[in-house]
Design a protein. Structure first.
Length: 401
C-alpha cells in the first residue's frame, strides 16, 4: 500500500474541496452546508454513514475485509476531523476567502478535507484492513464541545465495539515548517476555562464621578490585577494563563454605566487546579470591588480538559510519520501547546494521540506567519494530501495493512 502515491493522485480534488469548504465557513454545531458537502464526497464509498440528531455531525464506518473475524473481535481505529469555523471577518487575501463574517482561521477546512481523503484512501484498500475504521466528522470544536455531543450520541460505538485507538491532527500556519509533524507523550494541550465577570456599580454623569460607583475603573484594575494574582499564586512550573478577550461597558463617553463585563480564557496543565483557580480569582476580584465600592459576580466555567496523548500511542504515531515521510519530518515536542481541544474527551476514553502538521503558506516564514485564529491566517492547502496520507497510515498500520 503506497499511501503517499495514492494521496498525490487525490491531491487536486482534495485541494478543491478544501477551498470550497473555506469559502462557506459555518460556526458552531449546525453546519448544514459543510455536512452536505462531506456526504457528497463520501457517496459511493463502501461506508456505513450516519448523521447526528442534535448536531450536523457525520459518522462513517469502513469495514475492512482483510479478516473474517466477528465485529466484536475486530480492532477498530477512530480518526477525527473537526469541521467548524470561527466568527472572524477574514482578511487573509486568499482568492477563495470567505465573505460571510466567518472564517476557517484554525484550519478545520484542511482537517475535513484531509479526513475525506483518508476515507477514500482506506476504502480503496479495505481488502488489506483486518479491522474497522470510524471516521468522525465533528462540528462545534471551537467552544461548543462538539466531541462531547458526538460521544453522547454514540460515536464510540459506531462500529459495534469501542475503538482501540484514536487519532487526530491539527494544522498550524506558524511555528512549524510546512510538512513537519510534531507530537509528544503526555499532556499535549492545556485544559481550558472561561472566567466570566460582571462588575455592578451605580451609574451617573461622567462629569461627577464622585456621585457614582464606577464599575469601569474597577473592571480595568481587575484586568491587570489578574495577571499578578496568577503569577503570585501558582508555581511557574505548572503554568496558568489568563487572557481577557472581551471587555464591555457603557454607551457614551459622558455616561458612567451601572455595569461592566469582561471574560477571560484560562489555561492550565494541572487537572486539579480548578478549586484553587476559583479561590484566587474570587479573592482578587472581590477585594478590588470592595475597594471601589462596587459589587462583582465571578463565575469560572469549565471548558475542555487537557489533551493527553497515551505514551505508547505517541511513540507509535511518531514511527508512522517517520516511515511515511522520513525521519526528518517528525519532531518530538518538549513542552505542551497552550491551546485546548475537545478531542481530549475522546482521548479520555480511548488511547490515542493528537499530532500537529505544519501548514504555513508558501513563501511565509513560520515565525512571522499569522497564527491560528488570526483574520490573516493563511494555510498551505497542498498539505491536505499529507494530512490524508498520515491519517490513513495511522489506521492502516494498526489494522495490519
Amino acid at each position: 500500500m503506497d499511501l503517499l502515491d495514492d494521496a498525490r493522485s487525490l491531491q487536486p480534488d482534495l485541494v478543491r474541496l478544501r477551498e470550497d469548504l473555506h469559502r462557506v465557513p459555518e460556526v458552531g454545531l449546525q453546519l448544514p452546508r459543510t455536512q452536505e458537502r462531506v456526504l457528497e464526497e463520501l457517496r459511493g464509498l463502501p461506508l456505513e454513514i450516519s448523521t447526528g440528531s442534535s448536531t450536523t455531525s457525520v459518522t462513517a464506518v469502513l469495514r475492512g475485509t482483510g479478516s473474517d473475524a466477528a465485529a466484536s473481535a475486530r480492532p477498530t481505529v477512530l480518526l477525527r476531523g473537526d469541521m467548524d469555523a470561527l466568527p472572524i471577518e477574514e482578511r487573509s487575501g486568499e482568492d477563495f476567502a470567505a465573505t460571510n463574517g466567518a472564517m476557517h482561521a484554525c484550519g478545520h477546512d484542511l482537517h475535513t478535507a484531509g479526513l475525506v481523503g483518508a476515507a477514500q484512501l482506506l476504502s480503496a484498500h479495505r481488502d488489506r484492513l483486518a479491522g474497522d475504521v470510524v471516521f468522525m466528522f465533528q462540528p462545534g470544536e471551537e467552544g461548543y464541545d462538539g466531541a462531547r455531543v458526538m460521544l453522547d450520541e454514540g460515536v464510540l460505538d459506531a462500529s459495534g465495539r469501542r475503538p482501540d485507538h484514536a487519532y487526530a491532527l491539527h494544522v498550524v500556519p506558524h511555528r512549524l515548517p510546512a510538512g513537519l509533524v510534531s507530537g509528544r507523550a503526555g499532556v499535549t494541550l492545556f485544559a481550558s476555562y472561561t472566567l466570566e465577570v460582571v462588575v455592578r456599580g451605580t451609574g451617573g454623569h461622567g462629569a461627577t464621578p464622585h456621585e457614582a460607583a464606577d464599575p469601569v475603573v474597577a473592571a480595568a484594575e481587575m484586568v491587570g490585577a489578574l495577571q499578578t494574582a496568577v503569577t503570585r499564586s501558582f508555581n511557574a512550573s505548572s503554568p496558568v494563563i489568563v487572557t481577557v478577550g472581551m471587555l464591555r461597558a457603557g454607551t457614551a463617553a459622558n455616561i458612567i454605566p451601572d455595569t461592566a463585563r469582561f471574560e477571560a480564557t484560562v489555561r492550565t496543565v494541572d487537572p486539579g487546579a480548578e478549586p484553587r483557580l476559583r479561590a484566587v480569582f474570587t479573592r482578587c476580584l472581590e477585594g478590588i470591588a470592595a475597594a471601589h465600592g462596587v459589587r462583582v459576580d465571578v463565575d469560572l466555567v469549565a471548558g475542555y480538559p487537557a489533551t493527553v496523548n497515551d505514551a505508547a500511542e505517541a511513540e507509535f504515531a511518531g514511527g508512522v510519520v517517520r516511515e511515511l515521510f522520513g525521519a526528518e519530518h517528525y519532531r518530538a515536542e518538549e513542552h505542551p501547546t497552550q491551546g485546548s481541544e475537545d478531542f481530549s474527551r475522546v482521548l479520555q476514553d480511548v488511547p490515542g494521540a493528537l499530532l500537529f502538521l505544519g501548514a504555513h503558506a508558501p513563501g511565509a516564514v513560520p515565525e512571522n506567519a499569522a497564527a491560528n485564529h488570526s483574520p490573516m491566517a493563511r494555510f498551505d492547502g497542498s498539505m491536505v494530501g499529507r494530512a490524508s496520507a498520515l491519517l490513513a497510515g495511522l489506521a492502516a498500520e494498526r489494522l495490519g495493512a
